[in-house]
Design a protein around this ligand. Structure first.
Ligand code: HAM
Length: 425
């Protein structure tokens, strides 16, 4: 037997209803905020991620699935979606159609991390990218969409943290102080952070190793180095969130694990999850377009880890199961009549199924039970002769007769009536 790969999961049919609710909520909300779907490739040239995410990040140094193409070109399975969206944006000239564009995507991402509950090597993100506005309102809109998505799914125990990384100049001044501070703690830092002190000192603030966390508690705060305009931008983002009653706290240590961020950064954690409790995160990345060869273009976005959303999803969020019909047809005349009824129901978009392996009423009803069918149509030779079908409600055991020649329309009306009654109650 060939087994699947560690950290890479199947999503079974039993798990799919949760995924459908989550994905439909993502599509519906993104549309209501004016975002349009984009589908980008699952692999790109490695250099896109090295330049986009940053060579001295954990993702690029340790977590990418990289392989040579037949001509030797280095390719990488996408570890995230932002770099690919920006590449597509620049390459396809999306800016020429509209000055600002709001895009979203849903799909698998790949990172070679140590698998544990909520941390996978193939995981799924719902991401949005608001391209073309420097306005703090754009940050507010993106964070609002993120928050409303979680609220719509009624996820418990959420907290939103925000920070500002300022513009490049702010960070350059800050980095000098930070490097000086980190050098005084060098002995306490992990090997990775020690190696990256000069190249990428901010990474030490994002390091998960407890030693590094402790060593950096007294590190200077980036927020103390913000220029007046960066500070004003951040204040306006906070005011916007307050106006919409979105609760947040400020975490001056929130630097994020990708190098493209500037100004606003944010992360949502969920207490219903274990150690891997970051459920969605993002920020502004006003310099990334230039880094990837485009014209300077401001942008802000987020990505939500859908596998973690599924883990935290309360059962109550699932909609009632859609009613469907099991067609139990048997006998020489009943069988073909059943096949036509199946076809007729399906063409009216009523979910209908049968079991071709069962040929007696008893075995058919047993299958219907096993499949959890709420309704069964019974159709044997006698019913065909009398031009009728029997509709049985499997929960109440009530039975109703309908003329066979109008059975599919009659059953459709019956289900609609039942649905309306359920909605009223
Ligand atoms: P990120 O923080 O690397 O940001 O990932 C976003 C979310 O993806 C995380 O908060 C987490 O929920 C989920 N996630 C990350 N790694 C894993 C994993 N190994 N297993 C399960 N879930 C995971 C980004 O990817 C940025 N592209 C977000 C962004 C968009 N920033 C601006 N625009």
């Amino acid at each position: 037997m060939i087994r699947g790969i560690k950290g890479i999961k199947d999503i079974t049919p039993e798990q799919m209803p949760k995924w459908s609710v989550v994905e439909q909520t993502a599509h519906a909300l993104a549309h209501s905020f004016g975002f349009h779907e984009i589908r980008i490739p699952v692999f790109e040239k490695t250099e896109l991620y090295v330049h986009g995410i940053g060579g001295a990040t954990d993702i690029v140094e340790k977590e990418m699935y990289t392989f040579p193409d037949k001509d030797g070109t280095s390719l990488t399975l996408r570890p995230e979606g932002t770099a690919g969206v920006v590449r597509a944006f620049i390459e396809r000239g999306l800016k020429t159609y509209q000055p600002s564009r709001k895009l979203y995507y849903i799909g698998p991402m790949f990172r070679h991390e140590r698998p544990q509950a909520g941390r996978l090597r193939q995981f799924h993100q719902f991401g949005v990218e608001f391209v073309g506005s420097v306005e703090p309102s754009a940050d507010v809109e993106v964070i609002t969409l993120l928050w409303r998505f979680f609220s719509a799914l009624r996820l418990p125990g959420l907290s939103l943290e925000l920070n500002s990384l300022g513009v490049l100049m702010d960070r350059q001044t800050y980095k000098k102080d930070l490097v000086a501070f980190l050098k005084t703690k060098e002995d306490l830092l992990c090997e990775n952070c020690r190696r990256r002190v000069d190249a990428n000192p901010l990474r030490a603030l994002d390091c998960k190793v407890p030693r590094c966390r402790e060593a950096t508690t007294e590190a200077p705060y980036l927020t103390d180095f913000l220029s007046p305009s960066s500070k004003e931008h951040f204040d306006r983002v906070l005011q916007g969130l307050q106006a919409l009653a979105i609760p947040y706290s400020i975490n001056p240590r929130l630097v994020r694990g990708l190098d493209y961020y500037s100004m606003t950064t944010f992360e949502v954690s969920c207490s219903a999850l274990g150690a891997q409790n970051a459920i969605g995160a993002g920020g502004r990345y006003d310099d990334l377009f230039e880094t990837l060869g485009g014209t300077p273009t401001p942008a802000v976005g987020f990505a939500i880890g859908l596998d973690r959303v599924i883990l935290a999803l309360p059962e109550a969020t699932l909609p009632a199961r859609e009613p469907w019909i099991f067609v139990a047809s048997f006998g020489e005349k009943g069988r073909p009549a059943g096949l036509s009824l199946l076809d007729s129901l399906r063409s009216k978009h009523v979910k209908a199924d049968t079991d071709y392996n069962a040929s007696t009423l008893k075995t058919l009803l047993r299958s219907a039970d096993r499949l959890g069918a709420p309704y069964v149509v019974i159709l044997g030779d006698d019913e065909v002769t009398n031009n009728q079908v029997i509709l049985r409600n499997m929960a109440t055991k009530e039975q109703e007769n309908y003329p066979l020649d109008v059975a599919s329309s009659a059953i459709l009306s019956r289900l609609r009536f039942q649905q309306t009654r359920r909605n009223i109650n």
